[in-house]
Write a protein that binds this ligand. Sequence first.
Ligand code: HCR
Length: 377
Amino acid sequence: TEPVAVPPAQRSSWTSFLKAIASFSGDLSSLTAPPFILSPVSLTEFPAYWCERPALFAAIPEGKTNEERALAVLKWFISTLKGQYTSRNETMGMEKKPLNPVLGELFYGYWPDKDGRGRTDLVVEQVSHHPPITAYYIANETKKVALQGHNAQKTSFSGASIIVKQIGHATLTITLPDGKKEQYLMTLPRLVIAGLLMGSPYIELSETSYIASSTGWLSTIEYSGRGYFSGKAHTFKATVTAPSGQTIHTIDGQWDTTSKFRKTGAEFTNVLSPKEEVTVAPIEAQQDAFESRKLWEKVAQGIRGGDFEMASREKSKIENEQRQRRKDEVAKGEKWALKHFVRVESDPEYEQMGRLFNAQPPIEDTYVFQHNAPPVA
Ligand code: HCR
């Protein structure tokens, strides 16, 4: 197959990149890739995808019953998938390789209050470099809804695709009007990065992910794509079961367009309207040298402007500076201190709610937000 989407001058470097991936398993971020596939955006910006429909996030605690709130969480979750997994194809023409965050990299942002939905704030920190792990906290204090999670990836190669197993989980906490807290544990789907031979990567989701609630309600989401049972790209089927184990709702559709309740045909999700990007302080106003857009400014400029020599020179500067920091820490017997998150060995909420779907592994570590981030003005 001709890699038609690859600029002719980069075809041999693309072939070498694919060969390197094929014989490799682990952290893809460290492999050198040809310029056409480089994204100017760091992976620390990705948690913003969780809240690009802030009204759906804010509406979760408004559900009157456990069932209504379980459906509201599922609706918000499914509605984020289009942004999470297809937005680079829309903005850059294909899935690209994001910038590999440095340890301690930060990303702050918010979605303003509008129509009484309240303001939503986002804090992201790169809590590990090898392997890359990103922790995040997103909260709407007015509506009393917050999401805390961390994300890492394990990659392998199968057929002509990269398979990405997502490691980590997210927990959504809401506070109800009577002061009671309710929680939802979310696991994440498996990714298949296809279209590599053509030089035009895109994501399909596969396998199953879960949303388990402390109320006993459970959503099970099965993903499939073109060539699977439905033959349609970006397909999912979700079942929502009551604590008794009885399936109360089944929902089918496409996570990048619309979905419906199987029984009534009523619409469940619709993501055809534009989403709302996170607001970030202008680069000149970013206070910390480790704030993502400030840190990668020149690299991103090089990639956007096609000056790949500058991009690579600036990237090497950042990487060398990081290597030096690590050496100095070893010499001084010090360890990098995280700013906003503390790692704990096991997450009791994961263990407890994970029992509803027999979570594997049964125990996971987690990163707990310290509620010490400055609000973005
Ligand atoms: C796999 C991926 C890095 C991780 C990205 C994650 C899983 C990060 C968490 C977000 O919530 C969702 C998300 C969406 C992205 O689709 C996924 C990235 C897609 C590509 C990238 C690889 C490391 C880069 C592979 C290089 C290819 C494009 C040749």
